[in-house]
Structures are given as structure tokens and as C-alpha cells.
Design a protein around this ligand. Structure first.
Ligand code: ZN
Length: 217
């Protein structure tokens, strides 16, 4: 069952305060629609009773998969620290692999990776190399856009993809999408498995990968 809480939300349009229900914990197998809302953002939309406009309120949420035994928690560093403690202490979280997400993009990435059965730290590694290959190409061809960030998502068919966000001269973002290739993932997993097997990946991102890869080179 999804767990909810009443909170005060400030309308982003008329700035009045209203009270609404937010989801703070959801289990994907029993609450499929709400869990989907974590990914497509629907659960963060709250309609203001005064002006009827929607306000986005990104509250921390615990996303749980009782079949695949993982939890993804979103929140600030402080909130994640608290959550991790709670997961360790409460029996109902026993046996779950825990992940934290400091941004909504990271939350969505973790959910997709884990639902597809991939380990987030090796996905970060794979992503790093996709970005690195692009950077090499850009150095040879200065007409190419600057690389801003890389993330994992699903495409319209529901397949896992790696997306590079690049920035045009005009400042607009432009996206390049690569299919997530399980063989490439396996390659990086094999190459770095021993080095990374004991790394705590509760929070683990491209900066952590950089340290590992740079250290090696
Ligand atoms: Zn309003």
C-alpha cells in the first residue's frame, strides 16, 4: 500500500498556501499507477484549489520493488542519510538493496536501471564511456555541440536508452539517444567488477566514476 502524508504546498502561480496529500512511499507491484507517476512526474503535480493551476512539488519519496528487492529513495543529502538509517533499522526493509537519488532525473534513472535488472554503478560507468567517446569526437570536430550531461531513460517503445544532452551555440539543448547495449554493459561490468564490487553505491554518480577511471589511466 502506498503511504501518504498531508503537506502544505505554496502555489507556484498565485502563491497561496494549500493543503494536499503527497505520496511518500510506493511499492511498484501493488501500486503500479502511482509508481508510474514517480517516473512520469504525475504524482508531483498538485492542483491549487484557488487558481486551479498545477504546482510541482518534488517531495522525497521511497520507491520500493518487493519482487526485485530494491528501494530507491529521493531527497537531499541530509534526507538520504536519515532514510538510510531508517532502512537499516526497520525490519520491513530487511534484504533490500538501497539506492539514493539527489535529483529527480537520478531517481528516474535508478528506477529504470533496476527494473531492467542492471546495477546502477556499472550503468554510470557505461554512461561515462558514452560521454567520453562523444568528447573525443567533439575534439576532432569543433562544430559539434558541447556535452552538458548524460542520463539513462526509456524511449517511446519502452527500451532503455542513454541520452547525451548537448548545448547548441544558441544555448538550446539538443539530445542524442543511444540504445542501451547489454553487451557493452557486460563489458564494463567485467572490466571493473573487482575494482568496484565493494563500493557503496547508495549514492554513486559520474563524479565517482571519474575518480575510478582517472586513477586507472
Ligand atoms: Zn494558485
Amino acid at each position: 500500500m502506498a503511504v501518504t502524508q498531508e503537506v502544505n504546498i505554496k502555489c507556484q502561480h498565485c502563491e497561496k498556501i494549500f493543503n494536499d496529500k503527497v505520496y511518500i512511499e510506493v511499492e511498484v507491484n501493488t501500486d503500479k499507477i502511482i509508481a508510474n507517476g514517480v517516473v512520469n512526474g504525475d504524482i508531483y503535480k498538485h492542483q491549487c484549489p484557488y487558481c486551479k493551476e498545477n504546482t510541482i512539488f518534488l517531495n522525497p519519496i521511497t520507491y520500493r520493488d518487493n519482487k526485485k528487492n530494491f528501494i530507491v529513495q529521493s531527497g537531499t543529502d541530509e534526507e538520504l542519510k536519515e532514510a538510510k538509517k531508517k532502512f537499516k533499522e526497520e525490519v520491513k526493509y530487511d534484504g533490500f538493496k538501497l539506492y539514493g537519488a539527489r535529483t529527480n532525473t537520478e531517481m528516474i534513472e535508478r528506477i529504470h536501471e533496476l527494473e531492467f535488472g542492471y546495477q546502477p554503478k556499472f550503468c554510470e560507468l557505461y554512461k561515462y564511456y558514452v560521454g567520453w567517446a562523444y568528447e573525443k569526437k567533439r575534439l576532432a570536430d569543433p562544430k559539434l555541440n558541447y556535452l552538458n550531461t548524460a542520463f539513462i531513460d526509456i524511449d517511446v517503445k519502452g527500451d532503455l536508452v542513454i541520452v547525451l544532452e548537448t548545448i547548441k551555440n544558441s544555448g538550446e539543448a539538443d539530445y542524442i539517444t543511444y540504445p542501451f547495449d547489454p553487451l557493452m554493459y557486460e563489458k564494463y561490468l567485467g572490466q571493473y567488477f573487482n575494482q568496484m564490487k565493494n563500493i557503496d553505491d547508495f549514492v554513486f554518480d559520474l563524479f565517482d566514476v571519474k575518480k575510478i577511471v582517472n586513477f586507472e589511466e
